[in-house]
Design a protein around this ligand. Sequence first.
Ligand SMILES: NC(=O)c1ccc[n+]([C@@H]2O[C@H](COP(=O)([O-])OP(=O)(O)OC[C@H]3O[C@@H](n4cnc5c(N)ncnc54)[C@H](OP(=O)(O)O)[C@@H]3O)[C@@H](O)[C@H]2O)c1
Length: 297
Amino acid sequence: MHWRGGSQQEGPTSAMILITAATGQIGGAALQAIAASGKSVRALVRQPSRFTGAAGVEIVEGNFDDDLSLRRALDGIEVMLLAGRDSPQSVCQHRRVLGHARDAGVRHIVKLSAIGATPRSPVALMREHAEVDKEVMQGPANWTFLKPHLFMQNLLRAADTIRSTGRFAAPMGQGGFPVVDTRDVGIAVATVLGDPAVHAGKSYALTGPAATSYDEVAATFTTVLGRPVTYEAVSPDEFESRLLSAGIPDWRAFDLAHIASAYGNADNDVSPDLAVLLGRDSTSLESFIKDHEEIFV
Ligand SMILES: NC(=O)c1ccc[n+]([C@@H]2O[C@H](COP(=O)([O-])OP(=O)(O)OC[C@H]3O[C@@H](n4cnc5c(N)ncnc54)[C@H](OP(=O)(O)O)[C@@H]3O)[C@@H](O)[C@H]2O)c1
C-alpha cells in the first residue's frame, strides 16, 4: 500500500458518484454494491438499451470518444470511477475523460489500474495504465489507485476447452500469481468511492489470498470438478501465434501472451489491502471455481 497526501478537503460522500465502464466486470460489480448501499450513483453506458443495471441507478448514455456525452455524464459529479477496456486508444480516451472531469470540478478520482503498471513494462497495457495514472496524479482532484492482479475471471475464457478436453493452455510458465476475483475488486471500488477522503492519495494492491501456479490452478479444478484437469504450459510466442490465428488483433495477442513478463517477483506477493477494504478474506480460487462450476462441467 502506498500513501500520499491528498490535496483537497473532502468528507464521506453523499454526492452523486459516476461509474464509467459500468457494463464491465469491475464497474458492474461496483455499481451493484453502491446501489445496494443506497448512495446516489450514475452509470455511463454506451448502449442503455442493452444495460440491465440496478434499481435506483441514473443512466447516462456516453462514450469516451464523445465530448458532449462526457460533459453530460460528469455534470454535478464529485467522485468517480475511471475504468475502461484496454486498447491502443485507451490513453487518449482516458485523457479526454480527465479533461472533462477537471472542467466539471470532480474532487476525487478512483482509477482502476493494475499491479505491474510501469512506464517500462514489456506489455503495452501496463505502460498505458502508468501513463494515465501519472496524469491522474497531477490532480487537481484527489485520487486513489486500485491495482488488481490477474483476474480469476480470465479462467472463464478456458471453460470450453476445460469442459471438452480437460486441459487448458496458458503462457504463464511455472510461477505463482495471486489471482483475484473481480467481484471482490468491485466491492473494494465501491468502498473507496463511498468514503473517498479516507483513501485519498493511496494505492491499493488487490490480490487473492494465495499465489498459485497454473499447475496448482489445474489441481484446484481437478479437486472441485471431480475429474482430471491439466495445464499445458505454452511459450508466449506459441500462445501469441495461436491468438493471432484465432483472429485476435496483434496488439491484444501480444499483451495476452506476454502478460507474465509484466510481473516482477514482488508483484506476485499476496497483499493484505483487499481483505482490509472488504473487511473479510478475499475469495479463494477454490470458491471462485465452485461458484462457476456449471460453466466448466
Ligand atoms: N483482466 C485482468 O486480469 C486484469 C487485471 C488487472 C487489471 N485489469 C484492468 O481492468 C480493466 C478492465 O476492467 P473490466 O474487466 O471490468 O472491463 P471489461 O469487462 O472488459 O469492460 C470494459 C468496459 O469499458 C467500457 N468501454 C469500452 N470502451 C468504451 C468507450 N469508448 N466509452 C465508454 N465505455 C467504454 C465497456 O463498455 P461496453 O459494454 O459498451 O463495451 C465496458 O463497460 C482494464 O483496464 C485492465 O487493464 C485487468
